[in-house]
Design a protein around this ligand. Sequence first.
Ligand SMILES: CC(C)(COP(=O)(O)OP(=O)(O)OC[C@H]1O[C@@H](n2cnc3c(N)ncnc32)[C@H](O)[C@@H]1OP(=O)(O)O)[C@@H](O)C(=O)NCCC(=O)NCCS
Length: 399
Amino acid sequence: MASITLRSATADDRPRIRELLATCFGSRSDPSEHEHAAELFPIERAILAVDGDQIVGHTVDRTMTVTVPGSNTVQACGVSAVGVAPTHRRRGILRQLYTELHRRAEADNLPLTMFTASEGTIYGRFGYGPSTIRHEISIDRRRAEFRPGTPDPGGVRIESLDNAKDHLREVYDRWRRLVPGAQVRPEANWQLWFADPERYRNGASGLFVLTHPDGYVLYRRKWGDNDENTASVTEFCAVTPDAHIALWRVLLSLDLCTKIEGSLTENDPLPYLVTDPRLVKVTDRYDGMWTRVMDVPAALTTRGYRADLDVVVSVVDPFREAGGAFALRVRDGVAECERTDAAPDLELGIDVLGSLYFGAHRARVFAAANRIQAKDATVLRAFDEAFATDRDAELGWFF
Ligand SMILES: CC(C)(COP(=O)(O)OP(=O)(O)OC[C@H]1O[C@@H](n2cnc3c(N)ncnc32)[C@H](O)[C@@H]1OP(=O)(O)O)[C@@H](O)C(=O)NCCC(=O)NCCS
């Protein structure tokens, strides 16, 4: 370990960083992605672990504006492209990189750090908890029918990706303001999607686009054996319930298509719109975004709450010193939060607080898993209700 040092990256490091990440993730980026990727995650935000002349570890991040419950936003450190060389695994390099990353996020006064994780077992120890929930679904399209009486709002158009660009940007921006967890989307991320690199397609077609005044869908088609044809939804964005129904009506009308695949949040209404809810078959459940609270009072006073609350919360932080006892008082959705010496009503890990933050996970469920200890059922119920949200949390754009 003595030979490993950390340093900031420069543009000259780019080729070796790409080679490291291709080795770590088993996938080489397309040259058409490089310029956009470099804009999305600027090289000066990269931290390198170096052994002599070798780059053996890498993280990079950008500051993101993220919607929180109550429709405020918070500034968060969004981390990406974390990798340690297979020649240097399990020697504490990831731990070193995260220690430095957290130091920088704290210096920048960012109350949250977040990312999408390659595996579910790595990041709890650093204080991160999964903070969105996605259900992968598969629908036998030929059997799917809407329930009688379901509205048919219409308004959906077929568009080329080229013609739809401004509409996608505009609708996404309205959508992300409503959805906890969704981030402002940088133009470089749009440009990556508009470039539609071959590597993103997994053998399927280029992107098809359906638009509605308050929504859009991006999907791909793929032919398989025995005339099986799948439409894979890569992005579904509906600002209103009408847009949601209208877009699903058209997706379920794709003749020649046998199967529709996509992903939904836990409370997406689609199963309730069709005559056979079992047709919306959940094939997998995954986490999406992971969140760590860097500064408990700053994070908790930025989001809104669904009910009044008076509670002393003890937060246990195994990795940094952000934990302690905090008095949290909510009135009319607005919180005050400060450190206190008072005895706690409730104790939880900072990873659990990260999971509760955007409202995707419920405190009562963590309590049932013995990961929240509450003084009594009344405290737990009030805490659970205050943190709950009316709209499911979602990751806006993947990074
Ligand atoms: C995941 C990865 C970054 C870990 O790097 P590393 O330098 O080997 O990790 P460290 O030695 O610092 O490990 C820190 C802790 O995490 C644990 N850990 C690391 N990788 C783990 C994994 N894949 N699964 C479970 N635990 C893991 C270690 O056992 C260690 O535990 P400890 O706190 O009990 O000592 C590296 O294996 C990698 O690049 N993997 C492929 C790409 C990837 O998955 N990147 C992460 C993207 S989110």
